[in-house]
Design a protein around this ligand. Sequence first.
Ligand code: PGA
Ligand code: ZN
Length: 399
Amino acid sequence: LITDIRLRRILDSRGNPTVEADVLTESGGFGRAAAPSGASTGEYEAVERPPTEAIAAAREHAVPRLVGEAYAGNQREVDAILHAADGTDDFSEIGANSAVAISMAAAKAGADVLGAPLFQHLGGTFRGQNVPIPLGNVVGGGEHAADATDIQEFLVAPVGAPSVEDAVFANAQAHAVVADLLAERDVACGKGDEGAWAPSIDDSEAFELVEAAVSQVEDDVGFEVGFGLDVAGAELYNNDSENYEYSDENRDTAEQIAYVAELVEEYDLVYVEDPLDEDDYEAFAQLTDEVGDQTLICGDDLFVTNTDRLREGIDRDAANSILIKPNQIGTLTDAVDAIELATANGYDSVVSHRSGETEDTTIAHLAVATDVPFIKTGAVGGERTAKLNELIRIADDAT
Ligand code: PGA
Ligand code: ZN
């Protein structure tokens, strides 16, 4: 039984405040978790409130309904109470940041009571056997860095890695090779919010660099290393001009579809996230029809981890995979429901970090618990390596 919930403001990786929750139970269980935060947030995400307000609202509405009332190990009950306490359909009362912090902290307290690792508590006996392949962000721009690439994320996908450890180190190596290649070209640059290099180069040069890095790493490690993208199309799309606005040119929807299909062919992309605007199921469906048998077309801002939006996407054949971010929807139950709906309809799920993160490792456990094929959680940087190192520990049975 939950006996106390403590909420506080802590720092995230951008230096912004975020919500941390502690959940304590009668039998001595303890769980602590913190909400991440997006920068290129989808229009249809659950609502993140300023942490001070989210904490006050959660203390008033949610904490009294959970303390002395719910068991931390009963995740569905905890999450149903969070929804009932909030009373809206987008967590705009208590904030999705308070909701997800409490939801994840309760899961950790539940695992602690059982004396089991979190992935085992969440996955049960019959799941949680596979550690996902991490997609590593090595070059990026968009909303994550000023004066860098238009496409938000250039990702390394070590699809042939024999272990998660090999995959994690392949991504870090690609990140380092990109730095060498930039130095050779005398391009000085810093890093974006997720630790990817954020050079002031155009997208075509970034494609060239990452392709070179990927093949160099592939030669070195001896297993298949693929190339992926998060276009973050909604950030490029201008609703008034109805164009995808790149620094050097504009593309209308048909041109954007053709451009992305060309990129898939040219770079043998294994993964393309949000190639199109978050409102354009139709354009997503056209692209998926063209290249969906060669690559994963993943909806992030399109689906926002929301089963209603995913159902619409499934009905319209809009994609073949979904990005899963628990804070987009507010609870672990909702995130797991989205993964289960996806799996039942042949969609792959990719569990993901946000650009603003903390040391919290819940998503590493969620990804293992749900047997998803991929996790996207960066390549370097403490708040990213927290998850990557936790995956290595899980594979080593050492959590
Ligand atoms: P965000 O970006 O966390 O800033 O929304 C990540 C993504 O678009 O996948
Ligand atoms: Zn995205």
